[in-house]
Design a protein around this ligand. Structure first.
Ligand SMILES: [Zn+2]
Length: 155
């Protein structure tokens, strides 16, 4: 195989991966996230008023229904659930209605609780920046590239 052919295969895989990531970002931003705003607001309102019920009534539409097996990550435990989805009740809307956020827009296999997301969000906001680790890594990287500081001080 010619060297040029290897480069084309690698470039095709990269462009295919980049295209898939772009398509998924478009789906999240254009379709899924806007559809989750009202279910999320309803979940928050029901949870704050104590009216929230941890169950979903079965869908009675005539569309094809299928089951998604989803691992749910809560603060204190993991839970395996079987979610019955159809075009009227997409997985993302059902999960957000239950206080969970899906890992992918259409057929998630993992969902994370809103409590866990709030905790991680707060963690990253309040986490001390580890400048020492950053400086040590950069110093090591630059040294491996042949750049060394004349002084004994690190970054
Ligand atoms: Zn249905």
């Amino acid at each position: 195989m010619a060297p040029e052919a290897n480069v084309c295969v690698v470039q095709d895989k990269l462009s295919c991966h980049a295209w898939q990531k772009h398509a998924q970002a478009r789906r999240w931003g254009g379709d899924v996230l806007p559809s989750l705003i009202h279910p999320f607001m309803r979940f928050q309102r029901e949870q704050n008023t104590g009216a929230w019920v941890d169950s979903i009534e079965p869908c009675m539409c005539s569309q094809h229904h299928h089951i998604l097996k989803i691992i749910c990550v809560h603060m204190e435990y993991l839970e395996d659930i079987d979610l019955v989805v159809c075009s009227h009740r997409p997985a993302a809307i059902q999960l957000v209605s239950q206080g969970l956020f899906p890992c992918s827009p259409l057929a998630p296999t993992l969902a994370v609780s809103m409590d866990m997301l709030e905790f991680v969000s707060d963690l990253f906001v309040n986490m001390a920046p580890n400048e020492r680790a950053w400086a040590a890594t950069l110093t090591k990287y630059l040294k491996a590239c042949g750049h060394e500081f004349a002084t004994g001080d690190s970054l």
